[in-house]
Ligand binder design. Structure first.
Ligand code: NAD
Ligand code: ZN
Length: 259
C-alpha cells in the first residue's frame, strides 16, 4: 500500500492545473507564530483591538502598532527567512505540479523562496500604503521615519494615514485576487492545503470548490481541521519535512520534470 506522501506525489506528477493553498502554519518553521495554534498570536493579543476601524479612529492604537513594528514585533520584521516548506512549494511550481500558491499569509516568504505566482488574499506586510491616495512604499522606508521620531507617520503627498498593506479585520479582501483564487480552485485537478486551520472565509471555501470539480485534495497540517473529512489524503505533521519528502518523491517519479 502506498503511503500518503507517495499518493500526493503521484497526484502532483499527474497534475496539469495543481494549486497550493497556504496559511500561517507554513511560516511557523521560519519563526513566525501562527494565529490559532498553541503559541498563536491570539493567545497573546486581544483580537478585538486589531480592527481597521480602530486603526483609523485611534491615534494611540496606531502609535502602539508602529512601536511594535520598529521593535520587530510585527509582520514587518525583516529578520525572517523562508523555510524548507516554502522552498518545496517553489519547486512544485517550477516542476509544473502547481500553477502557483494562494496564500493567507502576509509575510512575503513565498516570493522570497522563488514562487513566482502568489495570490495574497490578505495583502502584504512588505509594503506600507496611504489610506487616502493609495501611494505605497517598501516597509523599511516608513519604519526608518518612525525610528527617527515620527510616532504616527503620515503620507508625504497628501497627509493621509499610513498602514501596512495588509487586510485587517473589518477591511474588504481585494476582489480581483479573490476572484482569481476562485478561478484557480474551479479549475484545479490537484489542491494541496498547507498550514491552515481553514476556519476563515473565503479560504475554507476554496478546497470545497476544488473538490466539487473533481480535484484530488491533500492537506498537510499539524492539527486536525473541521474540513479534514473532505480531503483524499490528510497528513498531521510539520510542513517543511513533509513537503520536502513529497518533492523528493516527485523527482523520483518524473525525472523529466527538472526542479
Ligand atoms: P491559523 O493560525 O488559523 O492556523 C494555522 C494552522 O497551521 C494550525 O492549524 C496549526 O496546527 C498549523 N501549523 C502550525 N505550524 C505548522 C507547521 N510547521 N506545519 C504544518 N502545520 C502547522 O492560520 P490561518 O488559517 O492562516 O489563519 C490565520 C490568519 O492570520 C491568516 O488569515 C493570515 O492572514 C494571518 N497570519 C499570517 C501570518 C503570516 O503571514 N506568516 C502569521 C499569522 C497569522
Ligand atoms: Zn497619500
Amino acid at each position: 500500500m502506498s503511503s500518503a506522501i507517495d499518493r500526493i506525489a503521484e497526484w502532483a506528477a499527474q497534475a496539469q492545473r495543481g494549486v497550493a493553498f497556504t496559511g500561517a502554519g507554513i511560516s511557523t518553521e521560519s519563526g513566525i507564530p501562527d494565529f490559532r495554534g498553541p503559541n498563536g498570536f491570539w493567545k497573546r493579543n486581544d483580537a478585538a483591538k486589531f480592527t481597521f476601524q480602530n486603526y483609523v479612529a485611534d491615534p494611540e492604537h496606531r502609535k502602539e502598532r508602529w512601536r511594535q513594528a520598529v521593535e520587530g514585533r510585527s509582520f514587518m520584521r525583516s529578520d525572517v527567512r523562508p523555510n524548507a516548506g516554502h522552498t518545496a512549494l517553489a519547486n512544485l511550481e517550477r516542476a509544473g505540479a502547481i500553477r502557483g500558491v494562494i496564500t493567507q499569509n502576509i509575510d512575503g516568504l513565498h516570493q522570497e523562496s522563488g514562487s513566482t505566482k502568489v495570490l495574497e488574499l490578505h495583502g502584504t506586510a512588505k509594503k506600507i500604503g496611504c489610506l487616502d491616495c493609495g501611494e505605497r512604499w517598501p516597509a523599511p522606508v516608513i519604519l526608518e521615519r518612525v525610528v527617527a521620531g515620527e510616532d504616527d507617520p503620515r503620507c508625504t503627498y497628501c497627509g493621509g494615514i499610513l498602514k501596512s498593506a495588509t487586510i485587517s479585520f473589518g477591511q474588504q479582501l481585494p476582489e480581483d485576487v479573490v476572484e482569481e483564487a476562485h478561478r484557480w480552485s474551479l479549475d484545479a485537478d490537484f489542491f494541496l492545503v498547507v498550514g491552515s486551520s481553514l476556519v476563515v472565509s473565503p479560504a475554507n471555501g476554496f478546497p470545497i470548490v476544488a473538490k466539487r470539480r473533481g480535484a484530488k485534495l491533500a492537506i498537510v497540517n499539524r492539527e486536525p481541521t473541521d474540513l479534514d473529512d473532505i480531503f483524499d489524503e490528510v497528513i498531521h505533521d510539520d510542513a517543511g519535512p513533509t513537503l520536502t519528502a513529497i518533492v523528493e518523491r516527485l523527482e523520483a517519479l518524473s525525472p523529466r520534470r527538472p526542479l
